[in-house]
Ligand binder design. Structure first.
Ligand code: NAD
Length: 375
């Protein structure tokens, strides 16, 4: 089996596989072709890949010479046009938001797996790129906020006076939110968090943060642990509770998301206008609309001396560990359908293979993607 690694698009610093994982793949009888320069932004040069056992090629050679193309971001249409019928593509394809890509993959008879569709089961944990990349994002979001904040994070008692600890509010306590809590606590901040899923209350508390209760949240077992859209009445109540806590906060980290939908709007403009001057809001839900009314994806907005950062790309800002974790997840996923002899063995009875397959044999295989695209 031959796996091809492409250079990611402009602005993306990560790479799907680092040399450290390439050598493990080679031991598992999987050959690796790497596009020249693919690892440059993650500090992995072509030489490092060659030493690990991969071979370096042009982009076109990687596409034409591989059985499986592995990428973080979906390749461009021009790349898809060069792929052969029956070739495999594995990456973070975000199929719910990319109907044109899904149709192209289907039409070109590409067997595509989207790593963001892998079920969040215990068995799939070691392949869970959403978790590994969200861990990086939650950590980096707090460091970014601390860097922009004009005061200390921890409490300090010095000869020059006592410094109060910063107050951090975390909106959404999923993987990124929990990592943000842990990071802010390590920096010495006083942290509060809230989520619509009651199951996270104990996790939040065990990290040393306060859990903000908003009664009346709807949960649905069928959502498999994910949050669901809330009623208008609850949203109104939630915004009021957030308002009351936000006005006392120095830093707010927004992470609330609902899979396949727009991010919930939780922090209103009027709340930002009531926040302390110099406060910082980091919105990592920016790419799906953001939790803050003033968020602009990919931009830094300063409103009434409150800085609002819309950034869903923090994982790319810490590319070495992010790529390392992504690569290990990817290898574990590939090993699901590559035998010990290095042959392809796609078993669609396997819930992880079935759950992450978007297109195969000119069909859209994924039920929720079919529903989302109204097919
Ligand atoms: P996510 O990125 O989809 O959302 C982030 C958080 O925002 C979630 O905790 C969600 O409940 C919260 N949220 C959504 N709407 C909200 C609102 N209106 N107000 C406040 N918070 C809101 O979530 P995620 O981090 O990907 O985690 C989703 C689920 O997957 C969790 O149950 C997590 O425990 C589970 N998970 C399981 C595994 C596993 O078993 N392998 C791995 C990782 C995550």
């Amino acid at each position: 089996m031959i796996v091809g690694i492409l250079k990611e698009p402009q602005g993306e610093n990560r790479v799907a596989l680092l040399p450290e994982t390439v050598s493990l793949m080679i031991q598992s009888k999987i050959n690796v072709l790497v596009e020249s320069g693919a690892g440059t932004n993650s500090f992995a040069g072509d030489d490092n890949y060659t030493e690990a056992g991969a071979s370096i090629h042009t982009r076109d050679e990687v596409i034409s010479g591989s059985d499986i193309i592995a990428a973080i971001n979906a390749p461009e249409k021009a790349d898809l046009e060069k792929m052969k019928a029956g070739q495999l593509l594995v990456g973070l394809l975000n199929p719910f938001m990319n109907p044109d890509l899904v149709n192209d993959l289907k039409e070109r008879n590409i067997t595509a797996f989207s790593l963001d569709a892998i079920p969040r089961s215990t068995r799939a944990q070691k392949m869970d790129v959403l978790s590994s990349q969200a861990t990086v994002a939650g950590y980096k979001a707090v460091l970014d906020a601390a860097g922009r904040f004009s005061r200390f994070m921890p409490m300090l008692m010095t000869a020059a006076g006592t410094i109060r600890p910063a107050k951090v509010l975390i909106i959404g306590a999923g993987v990124a939110g929990l990592q943000a809590i842990a990071t802010a606590r390590r920096l010495g901040a006083v942290v509060e968090a809230f989520d619509v899923r009651s199951a996270v209350r104990e996790e939040v508390k065990s990290l040393g943060a306060g859990f903000v209760e908003v009664e009346g949240a709807q949960e649905d077992k069928a959502a498999k642990g994910y949050a669901i859209e809330q009623t208008e009445e609850f949203k109104e109540k939630q915004r009021q509770v957030v308002h009351d806590h936000a006005v006392k906060a120095d830093i707010i980290i927004c992470t609330a998301q609902i899979p396949g939908r727009k991010a919930p709007l939780i922090l209103l403009k009027k709340t930002v206008e009531s926040m302390k001057e110099g406060s910082v809001v980091i919105d990592i839900a920016a790419s799906t609309g953001g939790n803050c009314e003033l968020t602009r994806n990919g931009e830094v907005v300063v409103h009434n001396n409150v800085t609002i950062v819309g950034n869903s790309g923090f994982a790319s800002e810490m590319p070495v560990d992010a790529s390392s974790m992504f690569g290990k997840n990817l290898m574990n996923f590939l090993k699901l359908f590559i035998t010990d002899e290095g042959d392809l063995d796609l078993n669609f009875e396997d819930d992880i293979i079935q759950g992450s397959c978007i297109t195969h044999n000119k069909e859209i295989m994924h039920q929720r993607v079919r529903e989302a695209l109204k097919l």
